[in-house]
Design a protein around this ligand. Structure first.
Ligand code: ATP
Length: 316
C-alpha cells in the first residue's frame, strides 16, 4: 500500500488554545479519507497545514512522498485544494477562470483551451462557460471551483466541506464527480459536516474531537464501536418465535414475528449466534444485521467534549 498522506504527532495551537494535540493519520493512495468533527474541532486547520497554507507547531507530515517541512513546493505541486477558500473570480467567466488556472500551471494557450473544454464538459458547465460565476447556482460554483483545482492534474485533492449548502441533487452530482476522480486514481481528503456524505464516500473515517482523533476506521468499524447494534430474526409463526425468545432472550415483536438480539454485527458474534440457533434447533426464516448509523457514532464520540464545553469545564 502506498501512502498518499502520512501524518505523525501533528500539533497546532493558537495562543494557549490547543487545536491539534498530536494527530497521527495515514491515507492510502487512491482512497477517500474523511475527517469529521464538531464545529471548531480543527478540521480546516488540519487541511490548511497538510496543504501548506499554515505551519504546524510540531509533527512530521509527508504528502505525495514530499516532506512538508523540507519541500513544501513539492507538496504544493501534487495537490489541489477546494472548499472554504474558493479561488473562483467573479469578474471572469467560467471558461476564463479555467484558462487563468491553465496559465498559472504554465500550460500553453492551446493546451489550456483543450483542458478547459474537457473540464467544462466533464462538470456540465458548457452552457455556463461564457457567463460569470455570479450568475451560477451554488452547485455550479462548487463544480467550477473543483474543475479549476483539476486543471493541474493533482494526485491528491483536499475537499473542505465540498457540499455544504448544496441541495440534495447537487450534492449527489458532486458525490458522483468525487467517485469518478477516485476511479481515476486520485486520493481525496474530505472534511464534511454531513455524516451521510462520509458514510457514502469514505474508505476510512476519522473523528476529531478535543484536539485528538477519538476514532478511526471504516464506517462499519466505527458503527461497531458503540452499542445499539442488533440482529433481527424473522420467524414463520409464534411457536418458533417463543422457542427462540426462550433460548436467546432479546426483544420480541409478536405482530411482526421478529426477535431483536443485541449484537456488534461482527462475523464472530454472528457465527456464535448461528451456532446457538443450530444447537437449540431454532428455525429462523431470515435474519438481518442492524448497526447504529454514523450519526450515533458521531454523537457518542463527541458527546463528552460538547458536554464539557456547555459546563465550561473544557481544558480544566
Ligand atoms: N487564526 C486563528 N487564530 C486563533 N484561533 C483560530 C484561528 N483559526 C482557527 N482558530 C480556532 O481554532 C479552532 C479550530 O478551527 P477550525 O476552523 O480548524 O475548525 P473546524 O473543525 O474546521 O470547524 P468548522 O466545522 O466550524 O469549520 C477553532 O476553535 C477556531 O476558533
Amino acid at each position: 500500500m502506498t501512502l498518499a498522506i502520512n501524518v505523525a504527532g501533528l500539533r497546532k495551537s493558537y495562543g494557549d488554545k490547543v487545536v491539534l494535540d498530536g494527530i497521527d493519520l495515514t491515507v492510502a493512495e487512491g482512497t477517500i479519507f474523511s475527517l469529521l468533527g464538531p464545529n471548531g474541532a480543527g478540521k480546516t486547520t488540519t487541511v490548511q497545514i497538510l496543504s501548506t497554507l499554515l505551519t504546524a507547531d510540531d509533527g512530521k507530515v509527508v504528502v505525495a512522498g514530499h516532506d512538508l517541512a523540507a519541500n513544501p513546493s513539492g507538496v504544493r505541486g501534487s495537490i489541489g485544494v477546494t472548499g472554504q477558500f474558493s479561488a473562483v473570480d467573479n469578474m471572469l467567466t467560467g471558461e476564463e477562470n479555467l484558462l487563468l488556472m491553465a496559465d498559472l500551471h504554465h500550460l500553453s494557450k492551446a493546451e489550456g483551451r483543450t483542458r478547459a473544454a474537457e473540464l467544462l464538459a466533464q462538470f456540465d458547465l458548457v452552457d455556463a462557460a461564457s457567463k460569470t460565476p455570479m450568475t451560477y447556482s451554488g452547485g455550479m460554483r462548487r463544480r467550477l471551483d473543483l474543475a479549476m483545482t483539476l486543471v493541474g492534474n493533482p494526485r491528491i485533492i483536499f475537499l473542505d466541506e465540498p457540499t455544504t449548502g448544496l441541495d440534495p441533487r447537487s450534492r449527489r452530482t458532486m458525490w458522483d464527480i468525487i467517485r469518478q476522480l477516485v476511479k481515476d486514481g486520485v486520493t481525496i481528503f474530505l472534511t464534511t459536516q454531513y455524516l451521510e456524505e462520509a458514510d457514502q464516500l469514505a474508505d476510512r473515517i476519522a473523528v476529531l474531537n478535543g484536539g485528538k482523533l477519538v476514532a478511526e476506521g471504516t464506517a462499519d468499524q466505527l458503527k461497531r464501536l458503540i452499542p445499539g447494534g442488533h440482529v433481527r430474526l424473522q420467524f414463520a409463526d409464534i411457536p418458533r418465535l417463543n422457542h427462540a425468545a426462550h433460548v436467546l432472550g432479546g426483544t420480541r415483536d409478536d405482530d411482526a414475528l421478529t426477535l431483536s438480539v443485541p449484537s456488534d454485527g461482527g462475523v464472530q458474534s454472528l457465527r456464535s449466534l448461528l451456532d446457538q440457533l443450530a444447537i437449540d434447533l431454532v428455525e429462523v426464516d431470515s435474519l438481518s444485521v442492524h448497526l447504529p448509523d454514523l450519526d450515533d457514532v458521531f454523537f457518542a464520540m463527541t458527546a463528552k467534549e460538547t458536554a464539557d464545553e456547555h459546563t465550561g469545564t473544557r481544558g480544566a
